[in-house]
Every structure is written in C-alpha cells, then in structure tokens.
Design a protein around this ligand. Sequence first.
Ligand SMILES: C[S@@+](CC[C@H](N)C(=O)[O-])C[C@H]1O[C@@H](n2cnc3c(N)ncnc32)[C@H](O)[C@@H]1O
Length: 398
Amino acid sequence: MYHDYPGSLSSCNMISVVIEKYAPPGNGLGFYQDKAVFVPQTAVGDEVLVRVEKEKKRYIIGRLEEVVKPGSKRRKVPCPHYAECGGCDLLHLPYRDQLELKQEMLVQVLAGAGIQAAVNMVAAPSEFHYRHRALFRRDLETGEFGFLRRRSHQVAVVPDCLVLAQGLTNLLKKFAVSPDLPKKTTACYGLASVNGDFAAAADNGRNYQAIPGIPETVTENYGFGDLELAASGFAQANPAITRLMINDLRQYCVDAREVAELYGGSGTFSLPLATIARNLTVYESDSAAAARGRRNAARNGLENVHVVSGRVEKKALPKALDTLVVDPPRSGLQPVIIEKMVKSRAAQLIYISCNPATLARDLARLKAFSNGFTLDSLSAYDMYAGTTHLEVMAVLKR
Ligand SMILES: C[S@@+](CC[C@H](N)C(=O)[O-])C[C@H]1O[C@@H](n2cnc3c(N)ncnc32)[C@H](O)[C@@H]1O
C-alpha cells in the first residue's frame, strides 16, 4: 500500500515520503514536491506515511503515521512502549547506526556555527539498563509514575522500561504500592547507584521534598572514593559512560596543577581532578550541592579542594591557574564567563557539554578572541543510548 496525495497540502494532511538522510536533532529527512520533510522515528530507506503537523514555505514537519515499507536501516523495535512513550527516539535504529547518526548530527551542528571538527565517538558499554537518573511524571488521576507520552502532557506508564537501571525499576515498584507522597507531587526525580540503591525527591512544581521511607541520597563510587549524590541535585545519568569520561579527563589533565572547575555539582569530576591537581577551586551555585561537594572532598581526605558557593558569574577565578574545567547546564556559558576564562592565565580549557547547540555557539565565541582558546580535540560520549542526546568533551588550548 503506497499512499500519495498530490496537490495542495491544505486539502489533505497525509503525504508519502521516502527517507533519504538524517537531520538534527535525529529526524529522518525526505522530500515532498519541492519541500524538505522532517519526520522523527524514521530510518534511511523507509517509505512512510506522514501526517503534516506544520507546513512552511520550504519545509514540512511531519509525524510518522505508518511505515509503509521499512528501509534496510530499520530494526525491530525492542521496546513495546516505543510508539507511545516519549522517553526514547532512536530505538528503531541498530545501535551502530544510532552512533553514526549522532556523530553526523554533532558535526552538522558544529559546522553550522563555523566549527570544523573531527568527532571521536565513544559508544556506551551497554545499550540498555544504563540509566541511573530519571525524571518520572505523575499521572494525577491514577497516581502512577511514568514518562511523558510523545507530543503530550499525559503520562505513559512503563514499569518494564528497557533503559532504566535496576535501582530505578525498583523505585517504580515501590511507587506502585501507594507511597506516602508529599501533597501536590506532580513528578519525582529518581537516582540509583551502581549497587542498586535508590533515592528520590518529590517535585510539586515549585520545590523538591523528601518522600517518607525513601532515602534522599545515594553513595556512588567512580574509583576515587565514595561520593554522596542527591536525587534533588544534579548527577550524571550513566555511570559506565561517566567512568570513561573521567578516565579521559584525567589524561587531559595529567600535567594540571592549578585547576578551576566551574559548575562542579556534588563533585563527580572534582574527586578525580583533586587526585592530580595541587589546588582545585570548584564553583557551584546550588548551596546544597556545594556543601555535598565539600563533604565529598573531606570524607576522601582531599584537602586541596576549595568549593566556592554561588553563581560563578559573580566570583573571581584564581590568579594562579593553568587548567579550566567547565560543565555548565544546557544553556551553556554566559558571555561574561567566556570573557573571564579568556582573561585568565589558564593554558587549557576542558569544556564538558550536554547540549551540542550551546557548545557550538560557545566554541565560536571563544574562537572570536585573538588570544582565546583553539579547539584541540572533541569526543562525544553516548550517555543516553536510544535517544538523540549526547555528552561532549572538548579540549581547547591557548
Ligand atoms: C551539568 S551540571 C554538572 C555538575 C557536575 N559537573 C557533575 O557532573 O555532577 C551543572 C551544575 O552547574 C550548577 N550551576 C548552574 N548555574 C551555575 C552558575 N551560574 N554558577 C555556578 N554553578 C552553576 C548547577 O547547580 C549544576 O550543579
């Protein structure tokens, strides 16, 4: 069956498209008449029936309605919830193809900002059950927790989610038997350690609250001592990939002595950096995370760590400085931070990013300074297999 609806799209809203390539952030791209058509959850070679969601002069955004003839790049989807659950976007592709697609997307996003770079792509040790941190939404009618459905604010309940670590599956099981939740809980952050322990924090849309009977923190260990992490604060989602990132970070910093770490969180990268540096100054705006960072350093006997609490925009960087490590939120670096870094005496900058778009923007801003940093290498880590998300580490030198 091969549908086609020639003529004006205003008279119909279904079209047939053959997917020819991929386009950021993980769409299949085909053509209808002279317009590009972007369709999520499609693979190169697919013949698909597409519902038109938005039509512009040059392009169409579509929703996959039916795979009429699967392309050779499509695999049998390993999750029964894939069509309805909005948690994953690439499960229809074999893992190797997911990596290729993400690498290509990153190269395209960087090129769009005028950055030409070879990307060293680091595969996830495991495609499934890797995810140790997640935001679960609560269905206010049934009280059940799950992920948002695709293009919807409704909740898809997925007790057997393929990407969750065992600890988070156990947390969902605990929630299934009427937990004692704080009033007005609309969502919950779950965090699991590698040894299977879990922690949670309830979200009522305004702040986080403890859940009676469920711990607020877990203890993780990435090989540099015990690290207390809180469900209400930031923690890396994939410990196996985090370990690979830490190994690479330590190699880049092998000669680092005076180090400033901006956006340090509870100390995931601080502990390994502190075993190399003479002095490590960590900046973190969340006072609870900064306090945890101090405790994590102290419990591991790292006296060379100095944690500065508050927004880094308002703080001075150390005068003696050879290496900067930054791991900002998705919004990337404020221009004032870029200026501070360029004015500092650091000879090396390691930029860890979870958002290729803001990373590309910031690399272009850094490049615009005549005495700025030049990109030396760039690695992308598949922190979130099955999704279009990536973690990137860029190494820049003066
Ligand atoms: C992506 S997380 C990285 C945390 C840490 N590197 C880790 O891996 O666990 C970003 C961190 O930056 C902190 N942050 C956000 N804006 C900040 C600012 N303006 N100044 C200092 N820290 C900030 C957040 O609280 C968060 O802990």
